[in-house]
Design a protein around this ligand. Structure first.
Ligand code: CTP
Length: 414
């Protein structure tokens, strides 16, 4: 899929730069040409010689080098590629990009380009969590940049947390997703995606909710839109940036989520990734409930919420051609998910283990099993946006058997 495509890889300063050497190999073995720019920081971690040898091309480092400029000016570098990839994207380079700086070759190219840009952030977990970095990252997403990762885990600096650069094969899948935009295998298809938690009101100030962040559902909406689908994202309360190119309907309760989904029909695809509250409080109090001095807590009467996935799966007329649900399980994950698929009547179930200690709820990584009528696939642990891209590509393949999903589900992520 990326054969013949040309990629400009910008390697900025971070220990994860060693993975970029492997990324070059993975891209080259898929037939892409890779030209590299190394920042001063990047050159502290990998040598120009290794990068040049693997990319089989010159390495560009200096904005004011007469030699580099005479051979290939920064404007040409920024325009000749099909895609610019920044991996690793350091906190410093992201800050420059978000603020429009152009004081070295990499930042100048990134400001001058008219091509899509994918960033793979990598940094210490506190740097990633710092409000300045989060602000810069949000700005870059709002500017229309694509991002993959970072994932969570052991960091090279010895700490544990978010900030780990996505694996080379995950980055390759993201690149394929972006470059296949032009092929847009889902062009003309309509998709509904549910995401996030629901809030079920108890009284005007209190509600029942759960720990869902919406990251997985939002990433799926973005990945389907990247493949050309017209996407309506029905989102429970969340603190995420609305994905570019997606129509977002913000809701609070399960009842509102169902109504928003029904009004988004007809659709070819429905992906229910929301963690819908199973119950709501019967008879929401109109005024704030007060303690009555008896020491007795009030009894909350719960009634079951509508099941959105089951409703969409069992529509008599106008059922989406492919309905995908999620199964959040804490034990015997696959067996429970199989039963859930049969009970709800959906076509596929993406089962994930959300038990305490997995860090899935609210986290960045996910380990999933795809359950279909044909059986089950065990996918390697991936960042949630990599899971989203793989799922979107599988969906594209469902509608177009000739489309190469290019994802070896049962292999290790390496
Ligand atoms: N779901 C839904 N509407 C509900 C409950 C769940 O659309 N009222 C969807 C979720 O979006 C997910 C799937 O159903 O795609 C399974 O959700 P999950 O919470 O795993 O299962 P439940 O139906 O809640 O079943 P249980 O609590 O028994 O595990």
């Amino acid at each position: 899929m990326i054969t013949g495509k040309s990629i400009l890889l910008i390697i900025s300063g971070g220990i994860a730069a060693y993975k970029s050497l492997d990324l070059i190999r993975r891209l080259k073995e898929r037939g892409a040409s890779v030209r590299c720019v190394l920042t001063d920081g990047g050159a502290q971690f990998v040598t120009p010689l290794s990068v040049a040898a693997l990319s089989e091309d010159a390495v560009y480092q200096d904005l004011f080098s007469l030699k580099d400029e005479s051979e290939m000016g920064h404007i040409r570098l920024s325009r000749e590629a099909d895609l610019l990839v920044v991996a690793p994207a350091s906190a410093d380079l992201m800050a420059k990009m978000a603020n429009g700086h152009a004081n070295d070759l990499a930042s100048t190219i990134l400001l001058a380009t008219d091509k899509p840009v994918l960033i793979a952030p990598a940094m210490n977990t506190r740097m990633w969590d710092h409000p300045a970095t989060r602000r810069n990252f949000q700005t870059l997403l709002q500017d229309g940049l694509h991002a993959i990762g970072p994932g969570a885990g052991d960091l090279a600096c010895g700490e544990v947390g978010s900030g780990r650069m996505s694996e080379p094969l995950e980055i390759v899948a993201a690149i394929e997703g972006i470059l296949s935009d032009t092929d847009a295998p889902l062009k003309g298809r309509r998709a509904i995606v549910t995401s996030g938690p629901t809030y079920e009101a108890i009284d005007p100030v209190r509600y029942l909710a759960n720990r869902s962040s919406g990251k997985q559902g939002h990433a799926i909406a973005a990945a389907l839109a990247d493949l050309g689908a017209e996407v309506v994202l029905v989102a429970g309360p969340n603190s995420l940036v609305d994905p570019a190119g997606v129509t977002v309907r913000d809701i609070e309760s399960a009842d509102q989520m169902l109504a928003a989904c029904e009004s988004a029909l007809p659709a070819d695809i429905a992906v229910c990734a929301a963690a819908v509250a199973d119950w709501r409080v019967a008879g929401e109090a109109e005024q704030k409930m007060k303690k009555d001095g008896s020491g007795q807590p009030p009894a909350l009467n719960l009634v079951e919420n509508p099941d959105i996935l089951a409703t969409l799966s069992q529509l008599n007329g106008g059922r989406p051609g492919l309905v995908v649900g999620f199964a959040a399980e804490t034990e015997t994950v696959v067996a429970h998910a199989r039963k859930k698929r049969a009970r709800k009547g959906c076509d596929w179930i993406v089962a994930n283990d959300v038990g305490a200690g997995t860090g899935v709820m609210g986290g960045d990584q996910n380990t999933v099993h795809l359950i279909t009528a044909q059986g089950e696939e065990n996918w390697p642990t991936m960042a949630k946006d990599a899971v989203a891209i793989a799922l979107a590509r599988r969906i594209a393949q469902f509608f177009d058997a000739g489309f190469d999903a290019d994802f070896d589900a049962n292999s290790d992520a390496e």
